[in-house]
Design a protein around this ligand. Structure first.
Ligand SMILES: Cc1cc2nc3c(=O)[nH]c(=O)nc-3n(C[C@H](O)[C@H](O)[C@H](O)COP(=O)(O)OP(=O)(O)OC[C@H]3O[C@@H](n4cnc5c(N)ncnc54)[C@H](O)[C@@H]3O)c2cc1C
Length: 329
């Protein structure tokens, strides 16, 4: 087991921000995690995939960061793959395409690793990770290896709904998964992947360091408008800090365009949420996660909850606009 010390986390975060951590552990196997993890009981600890849904604190983290880059084996099975938590979503999509298997193309160019993607039940382009998983292996904080069989009747126990899974609350580390795909003709797979790539590039997803959407979509019937459009109509695209700004193409994206700090990015996101609140009475929920220690005042604002105070007339206008644009969240 190799543990590195005083490692900068910025290269491991999609925003390119973040300070150092005291200890940095990239386990080589599930057994290594299960055996060694209990030794760190009491040590401040967090998990890091590819950092593409997270904001890593600027201040040095006194504890351990476990990163899954070395758990990247991808073994072919008859019906799909058995993958380590560190396999990149986009790599899986390409491997599935190479075997002409359907069900993973939606993950093409989706930043991040499978472990975190399962943890948050990521979705896009008509796909959701819950749909193609038939087993998840985890390690508990006490070092027990657990297996979740995911069948049609147990799926919702594990994947509880929109961006919500059991792993977001049970502290278990996702270490491996079994992916179930179907054989199919190559052409529609390739064409979907091309369409996805074109769409993400045209929306500027890869123009600057970013964690993608800062806020989840709000599906309450009174809202039913993408958070991106709410943010746009509330004027968020004009918001900026000296080194961070809201994307001109997608109002739910923050770009680190010039060496921003994580604190600047967090402050900007808080201003975005306030704009939507004053315009629509909708309190957006964060999709972006904070890893590490942030100043108490900022953390308090990040964690604040407000019950809805819908401004129905403004929301009706937004819904009409949303429908006229195609209207799928
Ligand atoms: C340009 C861009 C576009 C995006 N588009 C989409 C999109 O269309 N749809 C979508 O759903 N998401 C999207 N995202 C967000 C991101 O791609 C997903 O959330 C992805 O699943 C994050 O994976 P990660 O490894 O980078 O997670 P990280 O940011 O590293 O981690 C996310 C969370 O999971 C925890 N975690 C990490 N690894 C594990 C593990 N093995 N076990 C348990 N917990 C773990 C971390 O502690 C953290 O809380 C986008 C991001 C970017 C940058």
């Amino acid at each position: 087991m190799a543990i590195l010390e005083n490692i900068s986390l910025a290269p491991y975060s999609a925003f390119g921000t973040g300070g150092t951590c005291r200890y940095f552990w990239q386990p080589e196997s599930i057994e290594e995690i299960a055996t060694e993890l209990p030794r760190f009981a009491g040590t401040p600890f967090y998990l890091l995939g590819a950092g593409s849904n997270s904001l890593v604190s600027d201040t040095p983290w006194p504890g351990m960061v476990m990163q899954f880059g070395n758990l990247a084996t991808c073994e072919e099975t008859e019906s799909g793959f058995i993958c380590g938590a560190g396999v990149l979503n986009s790599d899986l999509a390409q491997r599935a395409r190479d075997r002409s298997q359907q069900g993973a193309a939606w993950m093409y160019r989706l930043p991040g690793q499978l472990g975190a993607t399962i943890r948050m039940n990521a979705r896009c382009y008509g796909g959701e990770i819950s749909q193609c998983i038939d087993q998840v292996k985890t390690v508990t904080p006490s070092g027990e290896i657990k297996t979740y069989e995911v069948t049609n009747s147990t799926r919702t126990n594990v994947f509880r709904g929109y961006k919500d899974t059991i792993f977001m609350t049970n502290q278990e580390i996702v270490v491996q998964c079994s992916i179930r795909l179907q054989p199919g003709p190559l052409e529609p797979i390739v064409s979907l992947m091309e369409k996805i790539e074109k769409d993400r590039v045209s929306k500027g997803h890869f123009d600057f360091p970013t964690c993608g959407c800062v806020f989840k979509n709000e599906y309450a019937p009174e809202v039913s408008v993408s958070s991106g459009l709410l943010l746009e109509l509330a004027g968020s695209k004009s918001l900026h800090k000296p080194r961070a700004r809201v994307s001109e193409k997608h109002a739910n994206f923050i770009f680190n365009h010039n060496g921003a700090s994580s604190e600047e990015i967090l402050e900007l996101s808080i201003e975005m949420r306030e704009r939507v609140w004053s315009e629509f009475g909708v309190w957006l929920a964060y999709e972006m996660e904070l890893l590490g220690d942030f100043p108490a005042a900022l953390l308090k604002q990040f964690q604040e909850q407000r019950p809805p105070a819908y401004r129905h007339a403004r929301l009706a206008e937004a819904r009409a606009r949303f429908q006229s644009q195609g209207g799928r969240i």
